[in-house]
Design a protein around this ligand. Sequence first.
Ligand SMILES: C[S@@+](CC[C@H](N)C(=O)[O-])C[C@H]1O[C@@H](n2cnc3c(N)ncnc32)[C@H](O)[C@@H]1O
Length: 318
Amino acid sequence: MSAVCNGSQQQQVHLQHHKNRNEVARRRWKILARALQKTSDIDTTPTNVNDIISVRRFTTFDLVTSRPIILNNGTDDPAASWFEYTATISQNTYSLNIRHPTRSFTAAELIGFNNTGNICVWPSEEVLAYYILCNLQYFSGKTVLELGGGMTCLAGLMVAKYTTAANIHVTDGNISAIDNVQFIVKQNGLGDCAACSVLQWGDIQDKPVGNHISTYDIILSADCLFFDEARQDLIETIWTMLNEDGTAFVMAPRRGHTYEKFAEEAKMRGFHCKSKQYYNEHVWNRHLKLKQSCDYDENIHYPMLLHLRKTYAENSYN
Ligand SMILES: C[S@@+](CC[C@H](N)C(=O)[O-])C[C@H]1O[C@@H](n2cnc3c(N)ncnc32)[C@H](O)[C@@H]1O
């Protein structure tokens, strides 16, 4: 079984946001330089984010495991590897075929829109997917939107495959991530129940509600709270796209004070916020076990769960 997330890359983003900014900047410029240098005089190694850092760190809660697969419909996909992601809960097995692009990033992509969702499936997305599979009944008949789902939108696609949600719309602001999700939707035969599109949070205020977008009963988001410059846009997007009696399930590690800041600013916007550290027995037990490992840092790895509602409701979801 292999991990769903490359921890060295995760560590890179942590460093980027909390320490050693110079080193990360130096590495980024090196990648960019490599991508721009088409001649072979310096370094012709393909640039892949997987190559950036060799330090191995915490990668997965092992709630969703992955194994490489060869697609049996004979699809030729030289730009990617495919994996079966599997979770087992109470003797039920849930799985999705997931595409990992293997191609190098172009210079335009490197300097373009945020690429953190093209690196890996982050532990918060893994835990959110697992939490969904443990609570399938929450989604019955609901309209569901995932924001910032990254290159797999794993949580949203588990909703599409395994719940009786009325519909599910998975989104991310990064075009390459959504291109990849389109492949996954098609390969898993989810085209009829899952819509998939680019949605950048900053754009939402410019688009009149009802004209371009609809509102949703449930909004999902994993590990999207650490972008200081995008925090207000994300809050506004959730506000605009959530039904009056809807709930947003926002999962993210504390990552310094970024989780707290998001919750505070969401409250100021008018949301009723309920923050949970303990929300699933199995996740909590994994967390307690992982705390004994030196690769695991609760602050950047353990996803907190934040429920956001526009109207107050006690215990609508456990
Ligand atoms: C750390 S990644 C998390 C991806 C995925 N949820 C996961 O946990 O694997 C953050 C995601 O937020 C997306 N993102 C960042 N800023 C955004 C914005 N302004 N609008 C839409 N998506 C954005 C990125 O493209 C990226 O996929």
